[in-house]
Design a protein around this ligand. Sequence first.
Ligand code: HSE
Length: 311
Amino acid sequence: MKPKSIKVIVPATVSNVGPGFDIMGFAINTPIEEMVLRLIDKPGIKISRVTGDKNGLPLDIKKNTATVALKHMISMLNINLGIELEIRKKIISGSGLGSSAASAVAAPFALNELLGKPFSKHELMEFALLGEKIASGSIHADNVAPCLFGGFILIRGYNPTDIVQLSSPKNLYCTILHPQFEIKTSEARKLIKRNYSLKDVITQTGNAAGLVTGILKSDYKLIKRSLNDLIAEPARAKLIPGFYEIKNAAMESGAIGCSISGSGPAIFAFSTSEKDGRKIGSVMKKVSSKYFKKSNVYVSSINTDGPKVIG
Ligand code: HSE
């Protein structure tokens, strides 16, 4: 008999990665989110239980990224399904760590596995993007794509979504400082300027190209020179009290780059060993304690697996 329920895990993601606004993202190993999807007799989709971050997560199936993505998937399948979701939210909503993308990826991935993989990962990505759009008000794949494929992803273009998976540098570690407050991506996107000078476009393009090359060649010095952003970071830094002080402290402790993760408030910093990553994390936390009562620190290698079935 075919199983009627499945449990999956999906990774958190860091999007933008400095100069790659809307075009770069990567997956990390912690935090990881869990979802259980069950087939039930009564047709329709419902969320039966949420544990973890109950406050930030819309339970209305028209507003939840998981259920919206599932609805699009089911309409393509053209079958009448009854589905119940249990979400174990470990990636906090509004953290800048791809929480809405994780839900939007987990649900279609889980259903696809349960049904014997009728869709390719590229097709699942399109359902997940429609789910993600509900949360952020726009289509951007820089969380969804790395969450689904793992590793570093370059989004070469949209319409159609053209993604390129980059090989991940072996010794790259990511430290995350997550101050415990929420920034809504839809609001943070409104802060981004619409027009840039030619000089800024040249600088940003050079840095984005340098970052991709640095990642492909495991050239950490090139990654460090390239991790400068003229679009999202200057516009959003004011949303994170003490951001530049925390960033400077991370760089002085040996980080090879530091910026806002997605639309924040999480801040990421790169290093080349877990030990350095932990040292950078404790310095970032210490400096940030002047501004935030509560913050979490994660140190992780790059997640190259994407979602996994665990039960
Ligand atoms: N690229 C998106 C943004 C990611 O910065 O608005 C949001 O998580």
